[in-house]
Write a protein that binds this ligand. Sequence first.
Ligand code: GLN
Length: 543
Amino acid sequence: MSKAQRTKFIFVTGGVVSSLGKGIASASLGMLLQSRGLKVTILKMDPYLNIDPGTLSPYQHGEVYVTDDGAEADLDLGHYERFLNIDMSKHNNATTGQIYYAVIKRERNGDYLGKTVQVIPHITDEIKRRILDLSKGKEKVDVVITEVGGTVGDIESLPFLETIRQFRLDVGSENLLNVHLTLVPFISAAGEYKTKPTQHSVMRLREIGIQPDILLCRAQAPLDDELKRKIALFCSVATNSVISAPDVATIYEVPLMFHRGGLDEIIVNRLAMECSKPKLSAWEKFVERVKSPAFEIKIAVCGKYVELHDSYKSIAESFVHAGVENNVRVKLEWIEAEKIEQQNPAELLRGTSGLLVPGGFGSRGSEGKVVAIQYAREQQIPFFGICLGLQCAVIEFARNVCGLANANSTEFNEATPNPVIDLMEEQKRIKSKGGTMRLGAQPCEIKKATKAHRIYGKELVYERHRHRYEVNNEFKAKLEQHGMALSGINPELDLVEMIELPNHPWFVACQFHPELKSRVLNAHPLFREFVKAALKCQKEKPD
Ligand code: GLN
């Protein structure tokens, strides 16, 4: 975009019901504008009072995403990073908790002396500041997309919506667009799509003083022109700006569907942005490969929060990216770790060609994970451990190969005689729970002549962390004597970051979370190679 043009602001709100895919819609919109050569960033506003989702159970909120700079953030930041292939930071997520905390701190400092501190203008000004700050990075940003969490009509999101109303006055109508994602349900008894919920949702927005410019209509199938005209008429939106968003086979098809509906063209015209035509061919090829791969494999994911797949969102997406690079559809078989404690692992893992043990907290299911890992190690099944998965692999190896009786993590048993996983000294002193883990990108030195080195093709990598416990360095020598390679080490803190078993087809684990760095057109090498090993295992031992 030309230097003279001002930053444009796009707000994405959601109506009727939650879970319509606002995060994917915002990421798709961002990706389309980026594909036209524009510099885009996205801010997620979360209307809850927690400072961040770090202290929320995965059942409440899904996965906690972690940025390079160590913020514990909403999982939508994962979609933004994957779709836009850019790194997010703590500035890309704001919660009501953070906004109020900032204002109250200022009040205590005396910054508002003499004044009554109020939602309008103090809270709304703080929200504005965060949106505007994103447009003022080192490089000029052409478009700031702000996604407002929750559904229009929620009490919690009112200050955010009020801010959007005021924002138009601040930056001018020519620099701002409101996109509303809504639901058009199909009522089978009537055999019809119903537009009333959308009309009501738009009415709620108008009551606050927001007129949507574009409606993205989620429905089972594409809306016909008559329905679009009806919605346009009742909601005062141009007919070409009522865009169908039917269910699609993969989330990665959403930007292409929006593009076919004219979304990016309408936006750049409305905002009078100078930019190129979108370049989407690599993305189109990727979607084709997601939809029709040559092979299919099953990989078992043995964890604690498996009923809610959103808890492992980035892992599931990393397998899609890695699948494409191996021309294979990876089907995930979610296994409740506690079940393995009661059942034979051979039965539970039947038909799968690899085992992944993801991150987690607390002792529930930990013994099941250890049993599953033992099975994968002994049966030569490809195994990939992430964070707690690495810790369980070390426990298993210590007990069953090194002969260290009752070896354990002090997270699960403080009185274990062999604490192979333990808290770091600094962590022992920390009592407060928010944002106090080892968080964010940290260096990891990769040992030469290891699988890790062959996979990364590098000697130094930066990966993201979120944990308190570590491999206890007192047991390093013992683990190595019995054949475990400690293939990645943090050079600054001297901590074990990666382990592997050289005498196994593929047994690799890492203390960090590689799933947080996998991108659509650039799968993470650890996932790519794990999938390759699982595919090989399936071909060699057809079940
Ligand atoms: N509970 C473990 C720890 O705190 C592992 C954390 C994780 O898997 N993210 O170290």
